[in-house]
Design a binder for this molecule. Sequence first.
Ligand SMILES: NC(=O)c1ccc[n+]([C@@H]2O[C@H](COP(=O)([O-])OP(=O)(O)OC[C@H]3O[C@@H](n4cnc5c(N)ncnc54)[C@H](OP(=O)(O)O)[C@@H]3O)[C@@H](O)[C@H]2O)c1
Length: 311
Amino acid sequence: MSVGIVGGTGFIGRALGEQLTQRGRGLRVFTRRATHASVLRVYPQLEVCLADPQDEAALARHFEGLDAVVNLAGILHERGRQTFQAVHVDIPHKVVNACRAAGVKRLVHVSALGASESAPSAYLRSKALGEKAVLQGAGENLAAVVLRPSVVFGREDGFTNSFAAMARLLPVIALPAAQARLQPIWVEDVARVIAFEAEARDTLADPVHLCGPRAVSLQEVVAFIASLVAPHTRVLPMPDALANLQAAVLERLPGPLLTRDNLRSLSVPNTCGAPFPARYGFAPASLEAIVPAYLTAAHSRGRYARYRAGR
Ligand SMILES: NC(=O)c1ccc[n+]([C@@H]2O[C@H](COP(=O)([O-])OP(=O)(O)OC[C@H]3O[C@@H](n4cnc5c(N)ncnc54)[C@H](OP(=O)(O)O)[C@@H]3O)[C@@H](O)[C@H]2O)c1
C-alpha cells in the first residue's frame, strides 16, 4: 500500500511518516522545499516529491499509483499570499480534485476541533470550508475522512516546548486566554489514527473529534509545564483587554507568537464532549504521562531535531 502526505514535513507529518514506514507502507511526501523533508530522508521506503499543493495538475500527476492521500497542510497565522483561504480551503479543494483525477481511493483530511462556518475566528471558519470542499469533492470512487484534533503535543511541538522555553526564561508568565479549555492529544496517537484511517476501507459521514483523556485549562497546562522545567516560575492570567492589545502588537511581527485571531480561536472550547472513538482500539495517552520525559532529561534532543529539520 502507498500513501501520499501533503504537508508531511511538519510536526504531525513526521510522526505519521515514521509510523507508516514502520507498518511497511510506501510513502510519498510532498513539500514545497526539499530542505523541509531532510529529517524524513532516513526512511528508505519514503520518496520526497517537490510539489506546490496549489498546482492541481502537478498533484494529480504525483498522486498516480497512490492508494491513499493524507492532507496535513495548515498554518496558524496568515502571511502574504499564505492566507487561510489559500491553505485551508484552496489546497483541500485541489487535493480532492487531484485524488479523483489520479484514481486515489481514500483521502484523510486533517482539520481542527472547533471548525465551523460560524466560528469567531477566521482560522476555524477556513477549516470548516476546507472540510466542506473535501466532503463535496469525495464520492463513489473516493472515500474521504475528516479528522478534527484538539491541540496536539509531542517532543517536537511548538506548544509545550514554547511554554517550557518561556518558563525557563521568565520568573512570571502572564498568560493570555488562561481559562481557554483544551483537551490535548499526543502526536503519536493522532498519527496512529491517521494511519488507521489511511488503511481503512469504510466511509465515515461525520468528522471524527480527537482529544486526549482530560479537558484542562490553558493555565493548568502551562503551570504543569513550568512545574517540570522551572518550578519557581509563576503563571498568572493576563486580563483579556491586555491580551488583545498584546496580540494586536505581536501579530505585526514576522512569524508572530500570537494574533487576535488565535485569541478568538481559543475562546471556543477545544474539547470533545464524547470519549475517544472505540473504532481505534486504544486509549490516548495523557499529557502528564508523556511530557515530563521529553521536557526534562531529553529536552535538548527535540531542539536539535528541529534544527536538523531546518525550522
Ligand atoms: N499541531 C496542532 O496542535 C494541530 C491541532 C489541530 C489541527 N492541526 C492541523 O493539523 C495539520 C498539521 O499540523 P502540524 O502541526 O503538523 O503543522 P506544521 O508542523 O506547521 O506543518 C504544516 C505543513 O503544512 C505545509 N504548509 C505550510 N504552509 C503551507 C502553504 N502555504 N502552502 C502549502 N503547504 C503549506 C508544510 O509543508 P512544506 O513546508 O514542506 O511544503 C508543513 O509540512 C494542519 O492542518 C493543522 O491545522 C494541528
